[in-house]
Design a binder for this molecule. Structure first.
Ligand code: AMP
Length: 249
């Protein structure tokens, strides 16, 4: 079984981003970029399937600027066998990424495709679902457990009310939730080994996809500043304020 994972290069989760002065977006010049955390979980899940003898090959795909190579190298260091970079400077929105991934999937013919449930930069949470629709494949989103059966996957999903377990036929799309696994620490020897693994580079035109944005961002603004708090002298005052001012008890 071939497994494909989608890995996005995003602003590192520790960076506090600033809105650009012209409100056209956030400033990502000179900030640390990393693999989207949910995609690390996806790559870890695929690697564990390979280590368990259930997957034969793990292919990581990233779409975006040439520096996405670094993201792919991280995926290769976690355990992916090879990478595919769909290189473009275009602003990529979820539908464009889903179309690009579909075109790569048509060529690669994986049985299982694992994406993150959302990218922490745009928080869209759309690509996996759009991809499943474009491919007309079954999907299991927000996975906290994946068991591979005979031609099927049984996936535990984190839904609002608790957990839902579904079995879907392969090929299928799975998106990862936080509790699926804890990605391994990438060791120096594995980083060195990853340098020797192959990365193919394609352009959207090679895949017959026009990645132009379909949505226009009107403006991006900082969240409203929080009002300063007050320090109360004792519990009685706190309770009185919660009752009469905040009206929460
Ligand atoms: P989103 O729909 O933007 O929140 O992203 C959900 C998931 O789609 C991510 O966790 C990735 O697995 C995948 N994805 C989104 N954008 C890209 C990209 N540019 N390259 C590779 N994978 C991506």
């Amino acid at each position: 079984m071939k497994v494909l994972t989608a890995v996005k290069r995003v602003v590192d989760y520790n960076v506090k981003v600033r809105v650009k002065a012209d409100q056209s977006g956030v400033d990502i010049g000179n900030v640390k970029m990393s693999m989207n955390p949910f995609d690390e979980i996806a790559t870890e899940a695929a690697t564990r399937l390979k280590e368990a003898g259930q997957a034969t090959e793990v292919v990581a795909v990233s779409c975006g600027v040439p520096q996405c190579q670094e993201t792919l190298r991280t995926a290769l260091a976690i355990g992916a066998d090879r990478g595919v970079l769909v290189e473009t400077d275009a602003e990529l929105q979820p539908l464009a990424v889903a179309k690009l991934l579909k075109a790569v999937i048509d060529k690669e013919q994986p049985q299982l495709v694992i994406l993150g449930k959302q990218a922490i930069d745009d928080d869209a949470g759309q690509t996996g679902q759009l991809l499943a629709a474009l491919l007309d494949w079954p999907q299991a989103t927000f996975a906290s457990n994946i068991e591979i059966g005979d031609g099927s996957a049984t996936v535990t999903r984190e839904v609002d009310g608790g957990l839902e377990v579904i079995t879907i036929p392969l090929p299928a799309i799975v998106t990862t939730d936080l509790r699926l696994n804890e990605p391994r620490y990438v060791t120096l020897p594995n980083i060195m080994k990853a340098k020797k693994k192959p990365i193919d580079t394609l352009k959207p035109a090679d895949l017959g996809v026009d990645p132009s944005p379909r949505l226009k961002t009107l403006k991006v603004v900082e969240p409203a500043a929080r009002k300063a708090g007050v320090i109360v002298p004792d519990v009685a005052t706190l309770v009185q304020k919660l009752k009469s001012e905040a009206k929460v008890i």
